[in-house]
Ligand binder design. Structure first.
Ligand SMILES: [Zn+2]
Length: 428
C-alpha cells in the first residue's frame, strides 16, 4: 500500500467509524428513552404531567429518527464525493474557466460548499415544516424560510469569499509561516464580527426592540446593578417569527454588550423566573467563562492552522484524494473542513464536560444572586416543558451530545449548593 492509499483508507475509515459510533449512540438513546416511555421517572414527576411527558418522548424519538437519516445521507455523500474524486474534477474544471488565482480558489471553495450543502435544503425544510410543525413549534412561513436562505447565501458570498481569497493570497505571499498570519487574520475577523453581527447582520433576520419600561425592565436593571453587570441595552427579539422554542443570550462584549431576550421566553416565564435566567447568564460572565471559551477556541484554531500548514507542505494528502501535487492550498482547506469532524467527534465528551461545569457554576451564581433555587428551577422546568426536552437521555449519549447537564442533575446541584453554603447568597 502506498502512503496515498494508506491516507485515503485511514480518512474513510475514520469517517465510517464516527458514523458507526453516532448511530450506535443514537440507538442506545432511543432504547433508553423508550424504556422510560410508559412511566415518568419519579424525580421528573413534578416537571411534566403525563401527557406532556408522553409528547416529549414522541418528540425526542421523532427528532432522533430524523437526525439518524440526515447523518446517514450526509456521511454517504461525503464518502461518495471523496471516492468518486468529484473534488479534484471540479477543481480542474473551475481552474480551466477562472484560472488559479486567490479569488478563483475562493470561488471554487464557495461553489463546492454550496453544492455539498444542497442536500441539507430538503432536510431543513422537512425539519421546519413537518417535524417541528407536528409538535407545534413551527411559526415560520415558506416565504420567510426561502428569504432566510437567500439572505444567508448572499452573506456567505459577500463575507466568506473575500476572507478566503485573503487567506489563499497569504499562502502565496508569505513563506511557510503563512498559517500563523491566516490564524491572526481569522481571529481579528471573529472579534470584528462579534461587534458587527449584532448591529448589521442579526437585524437582517429578526427585529430587535428595547424592552419597554415597566416592572420587568426595572427588575432586570436592578439585578444588573446589584451584580455589577452593566449592558448597553436589554432587547427583545421576535424569535416567535420562526419558532416556539425560547432562549436568552448576550451579544457583543465590553461597551457593545447587549442582553437579548426571546419574546417567546418573556411570554412563558414569570418576572422572577426571567430574572433568574438573566442571573444565570450574568453568572457566565462573572465566572469568566466567556474569555476562557474564547481562549480555547483561539488555541484550537491555532492548532488547526498549524496542522493545515503542515499538511499543505506534504503532497501525500492531495495525491490521496486525487488532486495534483501542486493543486494549491484551497483543496487542503476543503479536505480539512470535510474531515475534521471525524476527529473532533471523539473529543466532544471532554468539551461538553467542561461546558457543563460552567453551567453548574452559572446556576450556583444565579441561585445566590436571586436568593434561592426556586425561581431558576421554576424557569428551567417551564423551559423543559415548553420545549418538550428529553428528560431521560442515556448517559453516554448525553456525554457526546449535551453541552448542558440534564434538568434533574441541575436541580440536584442547585439545592445541594444552596443548602450547603447559604453564606454565598450575596454574590460578589
Ligand atoms: Zn448557561
Amino acid at each position: 500500500m502506498t502512503s496515498s492509499q494508506f491516507i485515503l483508507s485511514l480518512c474513510l475509515g475514520l469517517l465510517v467509524l464516527r458514523w458507526l459510533a453516532a448511530t450506535a449512540l443514537s440507538n442506545l438513546n432511543k432504547r433508553h428513552v423508550q424504556a422510560h416511555a410508559n412511566r415518568i421517572p419519579r424525580e421528573c414527576e413534578e416537571i411534566m404531567d403525563p401527557p406532556t411527558y408522553a409528547r416529549s418522548v414522541e418528540y425526542t424519538l421523532a427528532k432522533a429518527r430524523f437526525g439518524s437519516l440526515e447523518d446517514n445521507v450526509s456521511t454517504a455523500i461525503i464518502i461518495a464525493v471523496l471516492c468518486l474524486k468529484f473534488l479534484p474534477w471540479s477543481q480542474s474544471v473551475w481552474t480551466q474557466s477562472f484560472g488559479s488565482g486567490a479569488w478563483a480558489g475562493a470561488g471554487w471553495l464557495i461553489a463546492v460548499g454550496m453544492i455539498l450543502s444542497l442536500p441539507d435544503i430538503p432536510f431543513s425544510w422537512w425539519s421546519q415544516f413537518r417535524l417541528e410543525d407536528r409538535f407545534g413549534f413551527n411559526r415560520g412561513t415558506p416565504r420567510l424560510w426561502i428569504l432566510d436562505r437567500i439572505k444567508m447565501l448572499a452573506l456567505a458570498l459577500l463575507i466568506a469569499t473575500p476572507l478566503l481569497a485573503l487567506i489563499l493570497d497569504l499562502t502565496r505571499r508569505i513563506g511557510p509561516l503563512w498559517w500563523l498570519w491566516a490564524w491572526a487574520l481569522l481571529i481579528g475577523f471573529q472579534l470584528l464580527m462579534m461587534i458587527v453581527a449584532p448591529i448589521f447582520i442579526l437585524p437582517l433576520f429578526n427585529k430587535f426592540t428595547p424592552l419597554p419600561d415597566g416592572s420587568l425592565r426595572d427588575r432586570l436593571i436592578r439585578l444588573g446593578q446589584r451584580t455589577g453587570f452593566t449592558a448597553k441595552t436589554i432587547q427583545v427579539v421576535d424569535g416567535s417569527k420562526r419558532s416556539g422554542h425560547s432562549n436568552a443570550y448576550f451579544t457583543g462584549f465590553g461597551r457593545f454588550r447587549k442582553i437579548v431576550l426571546f419574546d417567546t421566553l418573556i411570554s412563558q416565564l414569570t418576572e422572577s423566573e426571567l430574572e433568574a435566567v438573566l442571573a444565570h447568564e450574568i453568572g457566565h460572565y462573572k465566572r469568566g467563562h466567556l474569555p476562557r471559551m474564547l481562549a480555547w477556541s483561539t488555541l484550537s484554531l491555532l492548532a488547526s492552522f498549524a496542522l493545515i500548514g503542515w499538511l499543505a507542505e506534504r503532497p501525500e494528502l492531495l495525491l490521496a484524494f486525487g488532486f495534483q501535487a501542486n493543486a494549491g492550498f484551497a483543496p487542503v482547506l476543503l479536505l480539512f473542513g470535510l474531515l475534521s469532524g471525524a476527529f473532533t467527534f471523539w473529543f466532544s465528551p471532554l468539551t461538553h464536560f467542561w461546558s457543563r461545569k460552567h453551567e453548574y457554576e452559572a446556576d450556583a451564581y444565579a441561585v445566590a444572586a436571586v436568593g434561592g433555587p426556586s425561581a431558576l428551577s421554576g424557569a428551567l422546568r417551564k423551559l423543559h416543558e415548553k420545549n418538550l426536552s428529553n428528560l431521560t437521555p442515556h448517559p453516554l449519549f448525553s456525554a457526546f451530545h449535551y453541552s448542558h447537564p440534564t434538568l434533574v442533575e441541575r436541580e440536584h446541584s442547585m439545592s445541594r449548593g444552596f443548602s450547603a453554603s447559604p453564606s454565598t447568597s450575596t454574590p460578589t
